[in-house]
Design a protein around this ligand. Sequence first.
Ligand code: ZN
Length: 475
Amino acid sequence: MNNESTPYYWQKVDWRSLTRDYPPPPDFERSRGRLSADEMRALQDERFRARVDEAWRVPFYRDRWSEAGLEPGDIRGLDDITRIPTFTSDDLKDAIEASPPFGTHQPVTRTDLADRAIRILTSGGTTGLPRVTLFDHESMEIQGIQTARALHAQGLRAGDVFQITYTNSLANAAWCAYNGAYHWIGAVPLTTGSGIVTPSERQLEIARAWGTTAWWTRGEYLARLAQVAQETGFDLHALGTRSLHTHIGPDVDGHLRRRLEQAWNAPVYDNYGSHEVGPIAFECRVQDRKHLSEDTVFIEICDIDSGEPRPNGERGNVVATSLYRSLPPIIRYDMRDIMIQYDRETCECGLSTHKLSTFLGRSDEMVKLRGTNVYPLAYQNAVSRDPRTTGEYLCVVSHEGQGLSRREKFVVRIERQSQAVDAAALHADMAASLRRDLGVRVDVEITEPGSLAEHTGLGLQNKVKRLLDLRLRQD
Ligand SMILES: [Zn+2]
């Protein structure tokens, strides 16, 4: 007799309770997205307590929390959250090393793999194996719903042809967009992947031939596609693009956004999220800061040095607690992304939420230069506002000299738009404006269009790198 029972995905997901607990759009915009502050806090509190109970059964948390002097029952709700120690991605790497292959935070056995609907995805790692995160059916679908809420608030609708230029492979950015658009909006995913899967010229040809109306693309890659269009005489305005859904990075004065909106003749919407927690915050059509997805994630902003919580309106590291994730639980994850959280408000779009600022940089990419903290991502604004550049740049930090005279050398390499641009004049202007914006003098080198792609990974990878640190290789 055959006792084998297949764990069918459609049987695992309780679609009715899923959509009741995590309403997709447009229902979200009429219901969950308009809760009062007290109602939202009560819902967050209830979900938080459930996640804390689960986390006590997970070695990674049990050990860390016990070491901090906590006992089960000590954390009675969100008011106690700051008693819980934070962790970083380094701690997750250690957890994986301590108990391979998935780590002490993801204690999953072969039997679990056979019983549950589990997927293996990873962070966009650059050296060594990328950091693995397991997803069960709930986390996959809820991340899809989170993404759909963002896309819908930004105008994506059923029938839109939605070109996804993140690669559907190990990292979850492409899968979130795919699930969100396909399962929860009824848009038509066109999964071209990044430039290494579908070259940029082909991306544009496909968009024209198959009628792309919306894009899910990193900000830097939208700029790259605009440049390719210009070089090849491709008319971007003829595409009929309705919306550009992106992660625009530290565009504090909005230069990159204006440049992209002009080039594409379509609105650009910013989003923010992480591999483990999923989509966290999204702009709506008002384009005024990003709405927090408050029933799925609780965000604190903590001081970069002391780790102490900062009040609303002040910058610091984003510390995230997932309110739905059980495999693995994510509780007080210091993501080392620098942002500002703003007070709750009712937006013109109708949603009532806290909001997050523009992405301001990564604190783990900080370079200390003559006593001043320098963040490579902070240069994006100054570089992208000058039309003589391609918007592409790379910070290179190295050592020069020997012994006592050894010092750190920091060079910002910037691509000029074309060889017709006067390199000497651009050099002088960029050096002055970087110094004015960031308060520290740095060396500048002007390079040719496209020359930095090899190091930044632009167009090829899901994530663009802005820092090349040669110090370790020299030691
Ligand atoms: Zn809004």
